[in-house]
Design a binder for this molecule. Structure first.
Ligand SMILES: [Fe+2]
Length: 453
């Protein structure tokens, strides 16, 4: 198709490891791949520098408060408007809210990892929707997707329906976006804002797949307000995910003439068009509607240094606020390495029933509330008011443990926590990799009640 794509097969890893970045979440970044490409002192000069076209991409309404406003100005070889009509194409395993394929399920549910993909599956074809909530046409709610892939994308994807938080579990990715290149590895997340075009290239070869690259992970599609850093309240000015650890790309562009397939997800359907050039042709840009990569191990974990297990909201990396203060459309939460020092405290997550609904995934290792069955690449869903907590083995162990300082660093789990129940897609409700006896992890929790006489 083009020189860049051919180069990606052999040199993507080398390209990924030499990338420069711009530091800081929500900053007004500016970057130019060619000196002089960025206009000075105005956004839309009569003639943009170097013969480029000026174009604004907004992620919020023009009139939203300044603190929430997201937009970027792009200076590109051709305006985005220069494209032929899109035609509807098949959606593969991708589904979108409203989710109506199954009855909302109050049961605790858990899945093993997706089966291995067939050869020739790229990131887009490998997206598999588990479920979600809200209504994409109302810009509310979220979807939980998993992905698995064997091939780099040759085509370019953009999502009008929301932003995409990509959580790799296996295999590094090189993301070629309109704003430049990002490198994301398991243990990192990437955030692609609504409408930003990008291509996913695979970096790694799995031991059991010969020379074929492979990638696997999770995606939170957020239809609602863009993710932002949570307020810190009495924590103070620092802590949790620090703004400077979010890395935006520097401008990089493809100057490619020739057919390029561009797939656009719009109100739940995939639409395709063949451009006569690459739309990744942005030579300079400035603004705050930009993609990011973030290393979850940079998360500054705040916890109890006296007693009790804090509510997991203390582990929030990013939050999509709703119109109700404190009520998130979706939170992204990480259970990062940390010390447990609570005195007279049951230290793993407590038993609970929550109004919020929780999808959990595991990037590596093990999770401290589940001794087994919750594996990297798998996931669990605990919908609104479903009763859950530690399994019996964890309860017994933690109830008897010596309460010396304990480092929890043998796993990296995360949660998409959302205000509405997650309704499953038909494929998730009927999946062969849906575990059939998840309830058994809470069997055998014996009564210990001994009333005093
Ligand atoms: Fe929970």
């Amino acid at each position: 198709m083009n020189g860049d794509a051919a180069l990606a097969r052999g040199d993507a890893r080398k390209t990924a490891e030499g990338l420069a970045h711009l530091s800081g979440f929500g900053n007004e970044h500016a970057s130019e791949a060619v000196p002089g490409a960025l206009p000075v002192g105005r956004n839309a000069p009569q003639r943009a520098p170097l013969g480029l076209y000026a174009e604004q991409l907004s992620g919020t309404a023009f009139t939203e408060p300044r603190a929430h406003n997201r937009r970027s100005w792009l200076y590109r070889i051709r305006p985005s408007a220069a494209h032929p009509a899109f035609t509807h194409t098949h959606n593969g395993h991708l589904r979108t809210a409203p989710f109506t394929e199954s009855v909302p399920d109050p049961n605790r549910l858990r899945w093993n990892p997706l089966p291995e993909p067939v050869e020739g599956t790229d990131f887009l074809a490998g997206l598999w929707t588990l479920g979600g909530n809200g209504d994409v046409t109302q810009r509310t709610g979220m979807a939980v997707h998993l992905y698995h892939a064997t091939d780099s994308m040759d085509r370019v994807f953009s999502n009008a329906d929301g932003e995409l938080l990509i959580v790799p579990e296996r295999g590094g990715l090189l993301l070629r976006t309109e704003f430049g290149l990002l490198h994301v590895e398991p243990g990192h997340v990437a955030l692609i804002p609504r409408g930003v075009r990008f291509r996913v290239e695979l970096l790694d070869t799995a031991p059991n797949r010969g020379q074929s690259p492979t990638a696997r992970g999770y995606v939170c599609e957020n239809y609602g307000a863009p993710f932002q850093l949570p307020d810190l309240g009495p924590i103070g000015a620092n802590g949790l995910a620090n703004a400077r650890d979010f890395l935006a790309p520097v401008a990089a562009y493809e100057d490619v003439e020739g057919p390029v397939e561009v797939v656009n997800k719009f109100c739940g359907n995939l639409w395709t068009a063949t451009y006569d050039h690459s739309p990744l042709d942005v030579v300079a840009w400035h603004g705050n509607h930009v993609p990011y990569v973030y290393d979850l191990r940079r998360f500054n974990v705040i916890g109890s240094i006296s007693y009790d297990h804090p509510d997991p909201s203390i582990f929030t990396v990013l939050t999509s606020p709703s119109d109700t203060p404190g009520l998130a459309g979706v939170d992204f939460v990480v259970f990062a390495p940390r010390w447990l020092v609570g005195e007279d405290t049951f230290r793993p997550p407590y038993f609970h029933r929550n109004v919020m609904s929780e999808y959990m995934g595991l990037i590596e290792g093990a999770y401290d509330a589940k001794a087994e069955g919750f594996v990297p690449g798998g996931g669990s869903l605990h919908n609104m008011m479903s009763a859950h907590g530690p399994d019996r083995e964890t309860f017994d162990r933690a109830s008897a443990a010596e309460l010396k300082p304990q480092k929890v660093d043998d796993g990296l789990a995360f949660m998409f926590e959302t205000r509405w129940p997650v309704t499953l897609t038909a494929q998730a409700a009927r999946a062969d990799h849906l575990q059939s006896h998840y309830d058994d992890v809470w069997r055998g929790l014996e009564r210990h009640f001994r009333p005093l006489h």
